[in-house]
Design a binder for this molecule. Structure first.
Ligand code: PHE
Length: 342
C-alpha cells in the first residue's frame, strides 16, 4: 500500500472517530492515537527509513500535510466540544426563578426554655408572679441579706465568681427573695427564674453557669405544710399522677427549717434505675421556711408574717423531663441534639 493510501486510511479513521468524540478528553485520546509518539501517523514517519532516498521528500511532504490537516480537524472539533460543554454547564447552572424556594430550616425551643415555660406555667397557675433580677449582683443581696455574712463558712461552699469586693456573679437566685421583700408588701408570691454562676467543675451534672428558679411566698400563717403542698402540686402538674416529693432535712442560712427535696424518678417511677442511681429519687431543689432573721433584715415583721422559699435546679428538671444523660448536651448547641425538641 502506498503512502497516499495509508494516509487516506488514517484520514478515514479520523473522520469517523472525530464525530464520535463526546468530550475534550475523548478528543485528546484520539489526538494521541493518531499524532502521539506511538500514533499512527508518527508510525508512518518512522517507516520512512525504508523508503529510497528519492521517495523520501515526497513522502515527508505528504505526512507533514496530513499532520497539519489532522491538527486542524482536531482543533476545530475541540472548539465545537468546548462550546457544547460550556452550553451544558450553563444549562445546569440556570436558576429557575419561578421555582418555589427551599423552606428554611425552622429552629426549635431549647429544652431548658421548654422546661422553664412549663415551670412558669405551673406556678403562675397557682398565683405566683414572675420577677427577674440582675445576674451581676451585690454581695449585700447575694450573701448578707441571705444571712451569709462575711467570713461565714457557707461562702466557701458557694465557689463565688467575684467582680470586686462588693460585686459578684450571683451564686443562686435567692438574692431575689431580698429584692422582692424590700420592694413588695405581703402577701408576696413570686418566682424568679434565671442564670446563676459557680466556680464549679464541669462534668455530666455540673456547669459553672446554670439556671435556677427561686420561689418565695410571704403571708400570714404560712407553714411548712403549705410548702409541701405547693411542691407536691408542682411535681404532679409537671410529671403526672404518682410523682411526689420527699423532704430530707438540710441546712441553708436563709431558711429554718430547711430541706432538700427529691422527686420520684420519672424514668423508673421510683423502682430504681441508672438515672436515679438506684434510689428511685432525683434531687431537684432546696427549700425551707424563710429564716425570721432574713424577714427582719428585709423589713418584714416576723411576728406577723412567715413564708417559705425554694430554689429549683432547672437543668435537673430538663434532664429528668427529657432523659438527657449529660448536662453538657444542654450547652453545646449540637443541632442533632437540639433538633429532637421540635
Ligand atoms: N439557694 C439555694 C441553693 O442555691 C436553694 C434554696 C433556695 C434553698 C431557697 C432554700 C430556699 O442551693
Amino acid at each position: 500500500m502506498g503512502m497516499k493510501e495509508k494516509i487516506a486510511e488514517i484520514h478515514q479513521l479520523m473522520a469517523t472517530e472525530l464525530g464520535k468524540t463526546d468530550g475534550t478528553q475523548a478528543l485528546e485520546n484520539l489526538r494521541v492515537k493518531v499524532l502521539g509518539k506511538k500514533g499512527e501517523l508518527t508510525a508512518l514517519l518512522r517507516g520512512m527509513g525504508q523508503l529510497s532516498p528519492e521517495e523520501r521528500p515526497a513522502a515527508g511532504q505528504l505526512i507533514n500535510e496530513a499532520r497539519e490537516k489532522f491538527t486542524a480537524m482536531l482543533d476545530s472539533r475541540l472548539q465545537e466540544l468546548k462550546a457544547l460543554e460550556r452550553e451544558a454547564a450553563l444549562k445546569k447552572e440556570t436558576i429557575d426563578v419561578t421555582q418555589p424556594a427551599p423552606q428554611p430550616e425552622m429552629g426549635s425551643e431549647h429544652p431548658l426554655t421548654l422546661a422553664l415555660h412549663e415551670l412558669v406555667d405551673c406556678f403562675t397557675g397557682m398565683g405566683f408572679e414572675v420577677m427577674e433580677g440582675p445576674e451581676v449582683e451585690l454581695d449585700h443581696y447575694n450573701f448578707e441579706l441571705m444571712n451569709i455574712p462575711k467570713n461565714h463558712p457557707a461562702r466557701d461552699a458557694q465557689d463565688t465568681f467575684y467582680i470586686d469586693d462588693n460585686i459578684v456573679l450571683r451564686t443562686h437566685t435567692s438574692p431575689m427573695q431580698a429584692r422582692a421583700m424590700l420592694t413588695k408588701k405581703p402577701p408576696i408570691r413570686i418566682i424568679c427564674p434565671g442564670r446563676v454562676y459557680r466556680a464549679d467543675e464541669v462534668d455530666a451534672t455540673h456547669s459553672p453557669v446554670f439556671h435556677q428558679m427561686e420561689g418565695l411566698v410571704i403571708d400570714k400563717d404560712v407553714n411548712m405544710a403549705d410548702l409541701r403542698g405547693t411542691l407536691n402540686a408542682f411535681a404532679e402538674r409537671l410529671y403526672g399522677k404518682g410523682i411526689t416529693t420527699r423532704f430530707r432535712p438540710s441546712f441553708f442560712p436563709f431558711t429554718e427549717p430547711s430541706a432538700e427535696v427529691d422527686l420520684t424518678c420519672v424514668s423508673c417511677h421510683g423502682k430504681g434505675c441508672r438515672i436515679c442511681k438506684g434510689t428511685g429519687w432525683i434531687e431537684v431543689l432546696g427549700c425551707g421556711m424563710v429564716n425570721p432573721k432574713v424577714l427582719e433584715m428585709c423589713g418584714i415583721d416576723s411576728t406577723v408574717y412567715s413564708g417559705f422559699a425554694f430554689g429549683i435546679g432547672l437543668e435537673r428538671i430538663a434532664m429528668q423531663r427529657y432523659s438527657v444523660p449529660d448536662m453538657r448536651l444542654l450547652y453545646e448547641g449540637d443541632m442533632r441534639f437540639l433538633g429532637q425538641f421540635k
